[in-house]
Design a protein around this ligand. Structure first.
Ligand code: SAH
Length: 475
């Protein structure tokens, strides 16, 4: 190792920062966050620092650097834009054996500043030994996605119960197993979901009952997997995908999204096809209950957002009735993801002040929709599950007042390499869709905003993609 990583206690101690610009301001805020008492030496201050000096958060020494400015400091940072001054600061500090950092100049540093992931009291520091700050920042971004925002609260909870756990479990190996279970199970999830009180109660109970009942408690994560492109998963979705024991998914979940689940998790396909449900909804609801009762962490993974045409509500109603703990993770719904990737803004000051999502599912050859409401001007209508009903849809919208020239688009497998966008009008789209031989899933967008697509399309799908969105069809 080139450097010794340490965490320094600077609470209430004098810290000297030389330089008054934005770079200095960033270092000052780190020092302040760690409780340091900061003096900034500079003839002038940037707006941020000026405000902090006025409020008394920092002390401003309005001067060029002089050696006596370091006399009582415990740590020194040189952040001026003058290399000679920075060098001088470094020399004076080193002569006094003070730890000194010169921003972006490793040769003059006695310590370097890491990239930080702050989940106080948990702190992760990343360093490349000064060789590449950009690489450290990228690494930091990856770690940010892995460590939930509420990790700090988990550490605070652990701190609170530390004494009690030590009293209850005399062996250190027992304590380790106990904490590992807590940090990876439902109690940690309660903290992440903001249910601190419940976590406190459950942790107390877990300590009391630990010798009698060690059975794991199952739970269900109802997770939105987004419109198909794995880049569009949320951090929370990804984390739960990687800890679930069993994954229950349907055919809107693309293989690359499914790939992100834990390798050794069991995978159960319950995909629905239009006329041929692989598993009836009631059976899915009961399956989730059964798996959770076996003590499993169950990931119910759905395409898009679970609460938008996803029957997510019904699934958790059954869970709730059976007192199974659950949480819901929103996903990017098709309307949002697909329109972005197609270059069609759903609202626009000149064209659409409202946007409506409807299902175009055909029942006995018709659609049960409020056509008057849908045929209003200055709004965008997004139709899910509408490919088969497209001719009926276009015809009804015109019959209820939209002009046949109203722009309309249908998008195949949006956000994925096999995305295809077909644009036309209410009059022309049904035939264009047939000619294009679209593969499901497809989303229909109707409204003047569609005319912007020619200008705003930015996503370049893969011309050779096979159109294998998922394992089975759903339209
Ligand atoms: N819960 C999902 C929607 C389920 S209904 C969500 O929030 O997105 C299924 C319909 O969603 C499909 O018939 C199709 O109309 C639409 N859909 C989902 N993903 C899509 C995609 N990548 N491209 C186009 N349409 C999509």
């Amino acid at each position: 190792m080139e450097f010794l990583p340490v965490f320094l206690d600077i609470k209430g101690k004098p810290c000297a920062v030389i330089g008054g610009g934005d770079v200095a301001a960033r270092k000052v805020s780190l020092l302040l966050n760690s409780g340091g008492s900061v003096s900034v030496v500079a003839p002038d201050l940037c707006t941020n620092l000026k405000r902090q000096a006025e409020s008394g958060a920092i002390q401003h020494i309005k001067s060029r650097f002089m050696p006596e400015h370091l006399h009582d400091a415990v740590i020194v940072i040189a952040a001026t834009d003058d290399r000679d001054i920075n060098k001088q600061v470094s020399e004076v500090a080193r002569a006094q054996r003070l730890p000194v950092n010169v921003v972006d100049d490793p040769d003059h540093c006695s310590f370097i500043m890491p990239s930080i992931i702050d989940r106080s009291p948990v702190i992760v520091a990343v360093s490349t030994g000064g060789s590449s700050p950009v690489l450290a920042r990228l690494l930091r971004a990856r770690l940010e996605t892995l460590i939930p925002g509420a990790y700090g609260r988990l550490a605070t909870l652990a701190e609170k119960f530390r004494g009690k756990v030590k009293q209850h479990f005399t062996e250190s190996s027992q304590r380790r197993i106990f904490w590992e279970t807590v940090f990876q199970g439902p109690i940690a999830e309660m903290i992440f979901a903001g249910r601190e009180d419940q976590a406190n109660t459950e942790l107390s109970k877990a300590i009391e009952n630990s010798s009698h009942d060690t059975r794991p408690r199952g739970e269900v994560y109802l997770v939105g997997g987004g419109p198909g492109n794995p880049d569009l998963l949320t951090f929370r979705a990804l984390r739960l995908m990687q800890q679930a024991d069993v994954v229950v998914y349907d055919n809107l979940v693309t293989p690359p999204v499914l790939e992100m689940t834990r390798r050794d998790a069991d995978r159960i396909f319950v995909g629905k096809q239009r006329a041929n449900h692989a598993m009836r909804q009631e059976e899915i609801n009961l399956l989730l209950v059964k798996l959770a009762k076996e003590g499993k962490r169950v990931l119910r993974l759905k395409g898009g957002d679970p609460f938008i045409f996803g029957r997510g509500g019904e699934e958790i109603e059954t869970l709730s009735a059976n007192a199974i703990p659950f949480q819901v993770v929103p996903g990017i719904t098709a309307a949002s993801g697909v329109s972005s990737y197609a270059g069609i803004p759903l609202t626009h000051r000149d064209y659409a002040q409202a946007c409506v999502f409807v299902t175009g599912h055909l029942k006995d050859g018709t659609m049960d929709l409020d056509w008057e409401m849908l045929a209003r001007p200055n709004q965008t209508v997004v139709i899910y599950m509408g490919l088969l009903g497209l001719p009926v849809l276009c015809q009804q919208l015109v019959a209820h007042g939209l002009t046949p020239e109203t722009p309309a688009a249908i998008v195949q497998q949006g956000t994925t390499p096999s995305q295809k966008v077909v644009t036309g009008t209410l009059a022309s789209l049904p035939q264009l869709a047939v000619d294009a031989q679209l593969k499901p899933p497809t989303l229909i967008i109707v409204g003047k905003v569609v005319s912007l697509q020619a200008k705003l399309a930015w996503f370049k799908p893969d011309q050779d993609a096979e159109g294998n969105f998922a394992l089975t069809r759903n339209e």
